[in-house]
Design a protein around this ligand. Structure first.
Ligand code: SF4
Length: 439
């Protein structure tokens, strides 16, 4: 049997698709590309914008054309949030919500179960499955240890689509890291939908800080990254913990979402710009070479020209290493969908473009800062131009000439020049992971 999987949306969905694929592979089921003929097609849907819904149904139609007899199974956030919409499409055979792994496997493999299998996640709270995603050719693994969210930011459908915050027990996290080390992985990214919520749901309750303490003491892998952490959850003690151990990479992703206080309040974020700036400063006092990244939404309802000017100059003044810009797009079912003051799409595009240009300048400026510093780089794969590429501990992309033996090793790297935001240079040494300090 051959199964093709299409994934829409964010990294969490990509993670979930990789878990589905690994589960099917363990049963001897082959993976097929989505543009090939397969016995079943799984579409892991996204519902972050109304456009993503349309795309999910378009993929279902495409799968049906590729093999009129195939089973077409919809899962993911849209399947969870609006199963009726998907079930009304004639080409869809089954709609399986989140947290129903066994039902999903059955629907894919033998078409068993009901046509719609969706639980109310805010009542059922299914446990989350820990499983590492290990992209081919990469030496970095992603470990999802938290799912769902209890915050209800006004633009976000995640608390509805993915349910309340649930965490993996610390001992399971440690066992998973041990397993990845045994398989030769050199770096682990701790991932979650809302990582700051980690541990509060467990009994006894624990916290991200306690988990980080355990990792600092016991992890055999000494390149641990946090995927993303909301600024109000980045406490002084977490910063000290990150700064005080060689287990952690000097890299933090702190979603800002808007650089203007009225907008932040309408977004129901739990900080203002002053607080955010102070957090960034605190991180850089403790870890001066840290890369700090952010997510930015642009064109949120009610964002005026003046608001955007303030937003832009706030971000311009922040010592960020990079940021991702997301044009605001309406999501039915969220509080923001009911807000007045929609910004015209052309205006949103212009504002997004202005911020992206600023982001590119910041990325290049951050890379230039390290053009004469030795960096510890994990070399991962060969780029299209034949050079080896990898990431420094502080999230800089580097490129070197070298043999394949260097892959999957953390080496000491010295840049010779900067190409945009990439550092090009040579390998100058092999640090021993535990002993080497610095970047
Ligand atoms: S913290 Fe806000 S933006 Fe992040 S998942 Fe929760 S509701 Fe969505």
């Amino acid at each position: 049997m051959r199964v093709a999987i299409a994934t829409l949306g964010c990294k969490v969905n990509q993670y979930d698709s990789a878990v589905i694929r690994a589960r099917l592979a363990a049963r001897g089921i082959e993976h097929a590309e989505f543009d090939a003929s397969a016995d079943a097609y799984v579409i892991n849907t996204c519902t972050v914008t109304d456009r993503a819904d349309v795309e999910s149904l378009r993929l279902a139609r495409r799968a049906r054309r590729l093999n009129p007899n195939a089973r077409i199974v919809m899962t993911g956030c849209l399947a969870q949030a609006n199963p009726a919409r998907l079930a009304s499409a004639a080409e869809v055979d089954a709609v399986v919500g989140l947290g129903r792994a066994d039902d999903l496997d059955r629907a894919i493999i033998d078409g068993g179960g009901e046509r719609v299998m969706v639980s109310n996640l805010r009542k059922v709270r299914p446990p989350i499955e820990i499983s590492a995603v290990t992209p081919a050719g990469r030496t970095r693994a992603f470990l999802k240890l938290q799912e769902g969210c209890d915050q209800f930011c006004s633009f976000c459908i995640v608390p509805t689509s993915r349910g309340p915050s649930r965490s993996v027990e610390p001992r399971q996290v440690m066992a998973a890291i041990d397993g990845l080390a045994a398989r030769g992985f050199k770096e682990v990214v701790l991932a979650g939908v809302h990582l700051g919520g980690y541990g509060k749901d467990l009994s006894p309750a624990t916290s991200l800080e306690a988990l980080l303490e355990m990792i600092a003491e016991r992890s055999p892998i000494r390149r641990i990254r946090l995927s993303s952490l909301d600024p109000e959850e980045l406490t002084d003690s977490i910063i000290s913990r990150l700064a005080g151990s060689d287990a952690f990479c000097p890299h933090l992703h702190l979603p800002l979402q808007a650089g203007e206080d009225r907008t932040l309040s309408r977004m129901r974020r739990r900080y203002d710009t002053g607080f955010y700036r102070a957090r960034v400063q605190r991180v850089l006092e403790a870890i001066p070479d840290a890369a700090i990244g952010a997510d930015l939404i642009v064109g949120f309802p009610g964002e005026t020209d003046d608001d955007f000017k303030r937003y832009f100059s706030f971000v311009e003044g922040l010592p960020l290493a990079y940021f991702h810009v997301f044009p605001y797009s309406v999501r039915a079912g969220t509080t923001a969908a009911k807000l007045d003051g929609r910004v015209a799409p052309a205006e949103i595009r212009q504002r997004a473009q202005a911020l992206r240009e600023l982001g590119e300048k910041k990325r290049c400026a951050f890379a230039r800062r390290f053009s004469d510093v030795k960096l510890r780089v994990l070399l991962e794969e060969r780029a299209a131009d034949g050079r080896l590429t990898g990431l420094s501990r502080n999230y800089l992309r580097v490129a070197v000439d070298g043999t394949d033996e260097l892959r999957n090793h953390e080496v000491e790297f010295q840049a010779s020049h900067v190409e945009g935001a990439t550092l090009a240079g040579e390998v100058v040494g092999w640090p021993t992971a535990r002993a080497a300090g610095g970047l």
